[in-house]
Each structure stands twice: as structure tokens, then as C-alpha cells.
Design a protein around this ligand. Structure first.
Ligand SMILES: Cc1ncc(COP(=O)(O)O)c(C=O)c1O
Length: 406
């Protein structure tokens, strides 16, 4: 923080440990205190927490790949059987990709991804957080403007903050507001970037990618789309909402993550070759960090290829989500969105905490989501569905929610 900011606050700050204590007390009082849950055994769609076996409605394992024990066991055997894929599958990459950390497995993964998207190039990152905090600062300079959806994920917001570019946030999903900002910006910046999620993580609603594409064309902007919750679930080959809507070619940079539907860790972006070359030379979250272990990259390649074919699971997941959403709306709950993420907006923090606790008692694991993750007075439960659930389990959940309503 600058010396200027330190002076501005006026009052003498509390000693740091006292400040920490007071802040934690404040969070407890507001029902916003967070802790890391102790998690026991995981078995398919069930998870053991505090000795209770609960239906897991809080993971991002949208296709159930991570819970597929047979698949994991056979993968381990494959690895062992071929001596770790020609000795390339080591436990650590040992350094940044720009030093000695690049491996054939990484190059192979990027080729497979670029080919699937029909794109010139792909680049793999350590996580979606690394991707989003690194891309905008590398691409957008002080001569540029970034226009970002108001409900974009924290990692995108942090990317905006780090970048030297000016940024504005348009009202969530409001393309008219975005167009107004684009009009205002005309001729004033070297380049305007539009950045959005495709499937919004807290509301489960979808960006109007077709309209965003029209706007980016009309105003000559660059479009960056974070498909963290779209890949695996949307599109014939699970390449995301962009594939489903037929606009993949119009997205300048598409970010996908491995940590959700692909049951691994890391992220990728697909783009033109020139952008990749530029990012390799400028993107700090790529350059100044140890690359992902080849062991993990090999698994990501396998799950990426596997999910390309998982149409049946995608169809089943989306039917389950529609069933749950319809039933909850009929029971008068406020349920936004239209994806596998099914939020139930309850308003006050303490209501969301109490309803989540009651559901735990009834055998369902769902977490309350509170500000600052969501706007004030919109605390909610967030049911995150997966393809290995069945219709009976969704029916039981609806029954439990209705009993809490009564
Ligand atoms: C929309 C979105 N983008 C990026 C991320 C970060 O991805 P990762 O978990 O790989 O860091 C998340 C994670 O929750 C997300 O929801």
C-alpha cells in the first residue's frame, strides 16, 4: 500500500493481533465466520462430515469423474504399467516452464486442447485463479479499458485490480449497460476488453454470449470468457457454453478449468498463436511459478479426452437440474439461473446458515453462501449438481426443502 493511503486513514490503527481478533469476532457476530470443514470418507455422491454420511451437493465434480473409483484405479495401473508414460510422468515439474519445468506431457495436453477447440494454441496454468489474475494484467495496459460483468468471480476481480488498465463493471448480464459503456469509451482507449463468466458460479445463470459477440464485433473489443463452470456441462463435446451457442470462434480468449468437471487441478486458455507467444513472455502467473506436476497433467489429459465423449452424463445432469429448479420454484423458493448450479436465495445470512444446518441434519451437504461472496441480503444455498446423482435423490432433496418451508 502506498504511503499516501497509510496517511489517509487518520486514526491510529490497532496493533495487528488485536485487529485480527476483533475482525474474527465481527465475522462470528455477523454469521460470516468461515472455517475449513473436517472431511472424512468420500464414497461416490456421499461424503462423511462430523461422523455423518451426507449427500454431497457442494462439489464441482459435475460429471462424477472424480468419484469414479474404478476409473482412478485403472488410471493408476496404466501409469505403473508403462513406467510412468515413458518416464515423463514425474511427481514434480521442479521449476517454472521457462526454466526446466516444461514436459512432453504438458505439450501433449496443450495440443489436445487446441485441437479439440479447433484453435491455433492453448496454454496451461496452475489454476483458474492463476489464469484470471495473470491474463488481464498481461494483456491490458494503462492505454486500455476493461469492462467486466458485475458478478464475475473474485479471481477476475483481482486480475482487474492488478492490471494497469482502467476498468468498469457493467450491471450483471445487462448488455444494454455494457453497450452504453462501449459507446462512451469509443475512441478513448487503445483497446477495450470485455470479460465475463459463461455460467455464473453463484447465480447459475448464463451470459448472453451471442449478444456479447455482436457487441465485441460492433465496437472492435476483445472478448475473454471464463468457462470454469461451462466446460464439461455445455456443448456437444463439453467445450462450454461457447460451443453450445456456436460462437467459439468469436471468443478471443476462452478460459477453462481442470478442477471442476475434469476432476483434476489447473486451467487452460485457448487463443491465437500470437497471444500465446505474447503471454509466455509477459504473464507473471505463468512465468514466476513452478509448473504443475506431469503426474497431474497426464490425468488432466485423460479426463479432458474422456469428458469430450460424456454426452449422456451431460444430458442426465441437465435434466436433474431442470427437475430440481422447477420443483423448488413451484414450492415458492427464489431460484435464479438455468444451469447445473441451482441456488436458493434466502436473504439474511442467519437464515441461510440455519437452513443449511437443518439440511445437514436431514442428510444433505450444502453450504450457505454469504456476502462478500454474494451481494448483501442475498445469502443463499447453492446446490451444485453432478451427473452421478439420480432422480430419487433429487426428489428426496425437494421433499426436505419443502418440509423446511412448512
Ligand atoms: C468462475 C471461476 N473462475 C475461476 C475459478 C478459479 O479456478 P481454480 O479453482 O482452478 O483456481 C473459479 C473457482 O471457483 C470460478 O468459479
Amino acid at each position: 500500500m502506498s504511503a499516501q493511503k497509510k496517511q489517509d486513514s487518520g486514526r491510529k490503527p490497532l496493533p495487528v493481533e488485536l485487529h485480527m481478533q476483533q475482525e474474527l469476532d465481527r465475522l462470528r457476530q455477523m454469521q460470516r465466520y468461515r472455517s475449513i470443514p473436517e472431511i472424512g470418507e468420500r464414497q461416490g455422491v456421499y461424503i462423511t462430515i462430523g461422523g455423518s454420511r451426507l449427500l454431497n451437493l457442494s462439489s464441482n465434480d459435475y460429471l462424477g469423474i472424480g468419484a469414479d473409483r474404478e476409473l482412478c484405479a485403472s488410471w493408476m495401473e496404466t501409469l505403473a504399467g508403462c513406467g510412468g508414460l515413458d518416464g515423463q510422468v514425474t511427481m514434480s515439474s521442479t521449476s517454472s516452464r521457462l526454466l526446466t519445468g516444461n514436459h512432453k506431457v504438458m505439450d501433449g495436453l496443450e495440443s489436445v486442447i487446441a485441437e479439440a477447440y479447433g484453435c491455433e494454441a492453448a496454454l496451461v496454468f496452475n489454476s483458474g485463479y492463476h489464469a484470471n489474475t495473470g491474463l488481464l494484467p498481461a494483456l491490458a495496459t494503462r492505454h486500455d479499458l476493461i469492462l467486466s460483468d458485475k458478478l464475475n468471480h473474485a479471481s477476475i476481480i483481482d486480475g482487474l485490480r492488478i492490471s494497469d488498465a482502467e476498468f468498469r463493471r457493467y450491471q450483471h448480464g445487462d448488455c444494454d449497460h455494457l453497450e452504453q459503456l462501449l459507446c462512451d469509451a469509443a475512441g478513448r482507449y487503445r483497446q477495450v476488453f470485455i470479460v465475463t463468466e459463461s455460467v455464473f458460479s453463484m447465480d447459475g445463470d448464463l451470459a448472453d454470449l451471442r449478444r456479447l459477440v455482436e457487441l465485441k464485433r460492433k465496437y472492435d473489443a476483445m472478448l475473454i470468457v471464463d468457462e470454469a463452470h461451462g466446460v464439461g456441462v455445455f456443448g456437444e463435446h463439453g467445450l462450454g457454453l461457447g460451443e453450445e451457442l456456436g460462437v467459439l470462434e468469436e471468443i478471443d480468449i476462452l478460459v477453462g478449468t481442470f478442477g471442476k468437471a475434469m476432476a483434476s487441478v489447473g486451467a487452460y486458455a485457448v487463443m491465437r498463436g500470437l497471444y500465446r507467444e505474447y503471454l509466455v513472455n509477459t504473464m507473471r502467473t505463468l512465468i514466476f511459478t513452478t509448473a504443475l506436476p506431469p503426474m497431474v497433467l497426464a490425468w488432466s489429459r485423460m479426463t479432458f479426452l474422456r469428458q469430450l465423449e460424456m454426452r449422456k452424463e451431460r444430458g442426465h445432469l441437465r435434466k436433474l437440474a431442470a427437475k430440481l429448479r422447477t420443483a423448488l420454484r413451484e414450492a415458492d423458493f427464489e431460484v435464479p439461473g438455468e444451469s447445473q448450479i441451482v441456488p436458493v436465495v434466502l436473504g439474511e445470512d442467519r437464515t441461510a446458515v440455519a437452513v443449511a444446518a437443518a439440511l445437514h441434519e436431514m442428510g444433505f451437504y450444502v453450504l450457505p453462501v454469504r456476502p462478500p461472496t454474494v451481494p448483501e441480503n442475498s445469502a443463499r444455498l447453492r446446490f451444485s449438481l453432478r451427473a452421478d446423482l439420480d432422480a430419487g435423490q433429487i426428489g428426496d432433496l425437494v421433499g426436505a426443502m419443502k418440509s423446511l418451508r412448512a
